[in-house]
Design a protein around this ligand. Structure first.
Ligand SMILES: [Fe+2]
Ligand SMILES: [Fe+2]
Length: 410
């Protein structure tokens, strides 16, 4: 049973990862970032419990039941946010919670206490995820497509006897599948919803501004806050790295999922900061050149090398995260000081995750260094060409600063 939960959690994790980048709605993107990390955490905990239960071989990366696998292969082929929500929260995750609760009711709380403790924690977090899912489904309304797709996935899950595998119905009654049996190919094109306009506008140059000591402190601190908000392009570029990296050890997916969720928290911190200033966070351009270019012009390994290179560049004392935190401290805004403090802690962890998982991908440190330098030069050339192409983008920064000042005076 635990192996079935592990499989379900992995596939839920994979489904969220495959859809995060192309899902336009900001709040859904953020939730997918959180939920894929929680599913990964739950799978990690279950895997170590299975290893304690004296039933080798463990086969934790295999498929415990082809019928169960088919239900997830259908769900990942959702064609809209409404379909995705209906299949994942309306059917699969809800059924997972039912299975966990039945399991908790049936197990011996003394003999199998470690499993009880584990499943109680997992069930509580899955319930929170489902609460969000229910609220999101209510917002999206009951579109006929989404209802039909949820029913489709439900029939496939019934053919497996649900997540727990009890009383499967015959597969002969299944409707034609969307899956062709191959691996689902994710859409790596980053999308944002209708609130976000001019999403390639390159005129903000916020990284330059927060480092520019000739600017007033208030404006530099605002640029730093805006830089956090812009980070949505990081989960958008990390999701394809994780999804397309097939056959890695589980620790890779677990670590990278934590990092992805951190990178979704960072723009959410920016959102909180702008909301506190009474400025809608989507009013001015959030350029997504990073995810657009990395997802279309680089392999997953190259994109990971670029991300790691950037994160390493954030570690030096005078130019990196410490300097950002000091700028926030000098600006005196308590919210921003706390934000930069935690952002800094996250980035130290990310630099370590990069080292841990990129080192084994190369035969030697020298080879890794050479590959990293080659890809970095190519990235800079592409970014420069892109910036030149967008040189005439309409300037908006001054309007944004004026907007914040006007909101403060009200
Ligand atoms: Fe970040
Ligand atoms: Fe990071």
């Amino acid at each position: 049973m635990l192996k079935r939960y592990n499989h379900a959690l992995r596939r839920l994790h994979e489904t969220a990862t495959a859809h995060l980048t192309s899902t336009p709605e900001w709040e859904v993107k953020c939730a997918l970032g959180l939920h894929l990390w929680l599913d990964a955490e739950h799978a990690t905990a279950i895997r170590s419990r299975v290893a304690e239960l004296r039933e080798p071989p463990l086969h934790l990366d295999g498929v415990p039941d082809n019928a169960l696998e088919r239900a997830f292969s259908e769900a990942i082929r959702a064609r809209s946010t409404a379909e995705l929500l209906a299949a994942v929260y309306g059917v699969l995750r809800a059924e997972l919670l039912t299975a966990l609760r039945d399991h908790l009711a049936a197990l011996n709380p003394l003999f199998d206490h470690p499993t009880r403790r584990l499943l109680c924690t997992i069930a509580r977090e899955q319930e929170e995820m489902l609460e969000w899912g229910g609220a999101a489904l209510a917002v999206f309304g009951e579109s006929p497509h989404a209802i039909a797709f949820a029913a489709h996935v439900r029939v496939y899950l019934a053919a497996a006897g649900g997540i727990a595998g009890t009383e499967p119905i015959p597969a002969s009654e299944l409707p034609p599948p969307r899956s062709d049996g191959g691996r689902y190919e994710m859409d790596t094109r980053p999308r944002r919803d209708a609130r976000f306009r001019d999403g390639l506008n390159n005129s903000g140059k916020v990284s330059k501004r927060h480092r520019d000591s000739s600017l007033p402190l208030e404006e530099r601190a605002l640029a730093l806050l805006y830089k956090r908000l812009l980070e949505m392009d990081v989960p958008e570029m990390m999701a394809p790295i994780i999804y397309r990296a097939e056959g890695k050890p589980w620790a890779y997916y677990a670590d990278m999922s934590r990092q992805l969720w951190d990178e979704a928290r960072h723009p959410m911190m920016g959102e909180v900061g702008l909301t506190a200033l009474d400025v809608p966070f989507y009013r001015y351009p959030l350029d997504r050149k990073f995810s657009e270019l990395l997802n279309s012009r680089f392999t997953p390994l190259e994109a990971h090398l670029i991300l790691w290179k950037i994160e390493q560049s954030l570690m030096p004392r005078t130019t990196g995260k410490r300097a950002e935190w000091e700028l926030a401290r000098d600006g005196g805004n308590e919210l921003m000081i706390a934000m930069q403090d935690y952002d800094w802690a996250d980035e130290v962890l990310h630099a370590q995750i990069g080292r841990r998982h990129l080192e084994p991908a190369f035969a030697s440190p020298a080879e890794r260094k050479a590959a990293s330098e080659e890809v970095w030069d190519r990235y800079l050339a592409i970014i420069d060409a892109w910036a030149a192409e967008h040189a005439d983008d309409e300037p908006w920064w001054e309007r944004f600063v004026a907007d914040v000042r006007a909101a403060r005076l009200q």
